[in-house]
Design a protein around this ligand. Sequence first.
Ligand SMILES: Nc1ncnc2c1ncn2[C@@H]1O[C@H](COP(=O)(O)OP(=O)(O)O)[C@@H](O)[C@H]1O
Ligand SMILES: [Mg+2]
Length: 384
Amino acid sequence: MKKVNPKQLCLNCFATLSSDRVCPVCGKKDEDETVAQHILPRRTVLHKQYVIAKLLGEGGFGITYLAYDLIFSRPVAIKEFFPDGAASRNVKFNNNVSVMRDKKIQFYRGLDRFNKETKRLASLENLEGIVSIYNFFRENNTSYIVMEYLDGVSLKRYVQKKGKLPVDTVLTILHPVISSLSAVHNAGIIHRDISPDNILITRQSEVKLIDFGASLPSDGNENEKAVILKQGFAPEEQYRLSGIQGPWSDIYALAVTIYYCLTCTLPPESVQRLYEDTLIPPSKLGSDILPHQEKALLKAMAVLASDRYGNIADFEKDIYAKKPREDVRKVPPKTEEKYKTRTEKGSTISYKTLKRLEEEKTTKSQKSPKQAIIDNIFSEGEKK
Ligand SMILES: Nc1ncnc2c1ncn2[C@@H]1O[C@H](COP(=O)(O)OP(=O)(O)O)[C@@H](O)[C@H]1O
Ligand SMILES: [Mg+2]
């Protein structure tokens, strides 16, 4: 594979620059630009393979960059471990990360967890609702995760623009994430930071969860745990070092994410709800959520973990049920195989065949609403 020359790369559209440093494709002139002294400068080459193009975001655990993969000729997102308050750097001198003298234990413990979690996450291949990991390497006294670049819009941005979403839209958009989360939990990983700004919707109609920076093995011990939370989204057990965290913790944050999409508001903080629960059900805030769906959502948002769903699959079954689950099965299980029914056209078919045809119908019709919703997102010129 031919390697692109990093000096000739347009950092806006990744075409080759002409000799006057103007891009013949996007028309942008290449200019030096320093963002801040701790942010890697544009055109820095990492791992001899990735050219930094721009800063995408900066959070408590790290810095995320858009970069270009010189070997595979594709954009990628790179997350650099750079914990806020424990790491520093001045790129005028070099790109190495310095660790604050009194934060060494915190930094190296965090780095170790970041490395372990990346490996665990990378082993979860081909989950449609989770960002794919391409590579991992150490450099500059820290670690880097290379991920697929998701060109699109965050769910948060989308809701901010569109306002309250109908329940069917929310459940259609979030379906890939919800179904992939089961596999993540089964692999022993808890995300711990699920929220609308960590869910990206791409132009190719993919919906993916990003930002596993705060994730933790589900058997994580207390030394590894840090109090990590996003106000409004974090369950009460995440506020306490001794709080027992598990899939139920992600279920809370996921349910708040759904609540936010339906109502454009956040519930009171979970710790506040412990003392006085003033949560307003989405139906009272104008949402079209059905009663059995609301029951499922409120159970997923229960303040105490013991009142919540223990696993995503049960929550998924209840909230996606077209009717309350008890009402779905109208034919006694033993007789249903033999039961004959009439189709709309009048011919007689077995109950089993009817079920299969209905299932096929829903599978087919499930795809198109998602496509329609996502096409609609981008047809309105939405940008991240
Ligand atoms: N794989 C990715 N593709 C595209 N953009 C990304 C990707 N990962 C992160 N980003 C962007 O970078 C921002 C910050 O990344 P994130 O992993 O959420 O870290 P943090 O929230 O800790 O800063 C995100 O909100 C998103 O806009
Ligand atoms: Mg984030």
